[in-house]
Design a binder for this molecule. Structure first.
Ligand code: PLP
Length: 403
């Protein structure tokens, strides 16, 4: 049998990848995930939720109930916008948490936040359109925008999130983005949160210069204290699309998220979704709906916040103990990540393989910049690593760095 992995595609009469797939993944996310499969490695690489948070028994209970009651909805196709019950519980959560309840025409249930980004990209961007991203930003978003041949402009962030003043300087200098993508809460990869005082000015810039803000709230509900700042969407529902996910608060196996934004944009997303998977899986939507109605999601969140807070504290203490002078790192108030800046002259690209040899998985910061910057930075994810191994992992990373 032919080994398809080594056969040139042309030889099989298969055309090279379609145009929109070019420049897409590279080995970006794949290299992040690769560490997860390696035995005996302490991995600070992948930003996965801890399986300890997965609601196994409760999901089993719901399956039994669906079977016993003759439930059809969970097993059937769903409307493209989402099941009415799922839209209702998601709207209820936004109302409670963000103070604004979206109407159905502002809403679409998606197959994860990544699909929400894909739908926005697909229905909004033409090749060559300019997208502003944070530097650094979520790799999946870089890939989504790149796959549609958007031009990316990276605006730096600091401990207070996106540098809105720098953005304004560039806009005054002639920068004209169609869209700005931001992760205001517990950012991936930097672990920082956009300061309250920067939120209103940011959406004001969107109004003044006529661009759409895409707010990714993947970690918003995972603040260690449970407190949140006003979301950009609730601050300015006329210029913001919020992309959300249940991956970190429920479990990613259901691939369930949402996009909420101005009705004319939401309807474009629904049209785009009709051409992709047509609907998010009804099974996940029903599991999530029931879990919200029974108060299970909120209970799970309390436990998850405590777990990730503990892990974050262990990581920060370990960094304090082991890292050499000149290294610095962010102090997350929620989410999964801390962002490490290495001492002057050190390279994370060189460090990553040495760390792997020493049994530690890290992701070089360069992956999170659209322009290859960030060679002195590392994303450290504490979400999945075993609590008992955090100290040892950071010690080994520090020795690899010393070499
Ligand atoms: C900022 C951000 N957005 C979106 C996602 C993907 O979410 P989902 O699993 O819902 O596609 C992630 C997952 O790592 C993320 O970190």
């Amino acid at each position: 049998m032919r080994d398809l992995t080594t056969t040139p595609l042309g030889g099989l009469g298969v055309e090279p990848a379609a145009r929109v797939a070019h420049g897409a993944a590279g080995d970006g996310i794949a290299s992040v995930l690769a560490f997860l499969g390696m035995p005996d490695i302490v991995s600070f690489a992948g930003g996965f939720p801890d399986p300890e948070t997965f609601p196994r028994e409760r999901v089993a209970t719901l399956f039994e109930e669906f079977a016993a009651s003759g439930e059809v909805t969970a097993f059937q196709y769903a409307p493209t916008r989402g099941l009415a019950g799922t839209l209702d519980v998601l709207a209820g959560r936004l109302e409670t948490q963000e103070g604004r309840r979206p109407s159905d025409d502002e809403f679409v249930v998606t197959s994860g936040a990544i699909e929400a980004l894909e739908l926005v990209t697909k229905s909004f961007l033409d090749p060559g359109d300019l997208v502003v991203v944070e530097a650094p930003t979520y790799l999946g978003a870089i890939q989504a925008f790149r796959s549609f041949e958007a031009e990316l402009e990276a605006v730096p962030l600091d401990e207070e999130g996106l540098d809105v003043e720098e953005l304004e300087r560039r806009l005054r200098g002639g920068l004209r983005p169609k869209l700005l993508y931001t992760i205001p809460d517990h950012q991936n990869p930097a672990g920082v949160t956009l300061a309250a005082g920067r939120r209103e000015p940011l959406v004001e810039l969107a109004r003044r210069y006529g661009f759409l803000v895409v707010e990714d709230v993947a970690y918003r509900e995972l603040g260690f204290s449970g407190e949140t700042l006003p979301s950009l969407w609730s601050t300015a529902p006329d210029v913001v699309v919020q992309a959300g996910t249940t991956s970190k608060t429920f479990f990613p196996g259901v691939r369930l998220g949402w996009a909420v934004g101005p009705p004319e944009i939401a309807s474009r997303l629904v049209d785009a979704k009709q051409n992709t998977d047509q609907c998010a899986g009804a099974l996940g939507q029903r599991l999530f709906e029931e879990s919200v109605r029974r108060g299970w999601i909120d209970e799970q969140l309390v436990r998850s916040r405590a777990l990730y807070r503990r892990k974050s504290e262990l990581l920060l203490a370990a960094l304090e103990r082991s890292m050499p002078a000149g290294a610095r790192w962010t102090r997350p108030r929620g989410g999964f990540f801390s962002w490490l800046t290495l001492p002057e002259g050190a390279s994370s690209v060189e460090l990553a393989p040495r760390a792997a040899e020493a049994g530690v998985g890290i992701v070089p910061g360069t992956l999170f910049f659209p322009d290859g910057r960030g060679v002195d930075t590392v994303r450290l994810s504490f979400s999945l690593v075993d609590e008992a191994l955090i100290d040892d992992g950071i010690e080994r990373l520090a020795s690899a760095l010393a070499r």
